[in-house]
Ligand binder design. Structure first.
Ligand code: FES
Length: 130
């Protein structure tokens, strides 16, 4: 277990390791991104966290980057260098953006699947309430 000093962290990258993303290489993507961060000695600047499903399985592999609030789709291990470049340059990896945060909400990029509305029945079906 680690307790990182985040005082120099500029980017927090949430890497989905849910089951759908894992079926198409989330582990390899996670390792490729972490290797790229380490090779650039950017560990203090970019923090990564594995997550469970983020509810956008159609977009697998999903990554969410903060503080911009940008959601990415279809990320593959070979995208890691360009993705890390984009973070370090303060830009989005435009080709892979699925949603951007505009201050009021997340705006879906044209061509990205809308998804289904979150009504109570659907939420209860996918939630494991203990
Ligand atoms: S498993 Fe990654 S979004 Fe669902």
């Amino acid at each position: 277990m680690a307790t990182w000093d985040l005082s120099r962290t500029a980017h927090h990258v949430l890497i989905c390791n849910g089951s759908s993303c894992s079926q198409v290489g989330a582990e390899e993507l996670t390792q490729a991104i972490r290797k790229e961060i380490s090779s650039r000695e950017a560990d203090d600047v970019i923090h990564t966290t594995r997550t469970r499903c983020n509810g956008r399985c159609q977009d697998k592999c999903v990554i969410i980057s903060y503080p911009t609030g940008t959601w990415y789709k279809d990320l593959k291990p070979e995208d890691a260098p360009v993705f890390i470049d984009s973070l370090l340059n303060g830009e989005d990896f435009e080709e892979k953006v699925s949603h951007s945060y505009n201050g009021a909400g997340f705006v879906r990029v044209d061509g990205v699947v809308t998804g289904v509305q979150k009504d109570k029945v659907k939420v209860s079906k996918v939630s494991k309430i203990l």
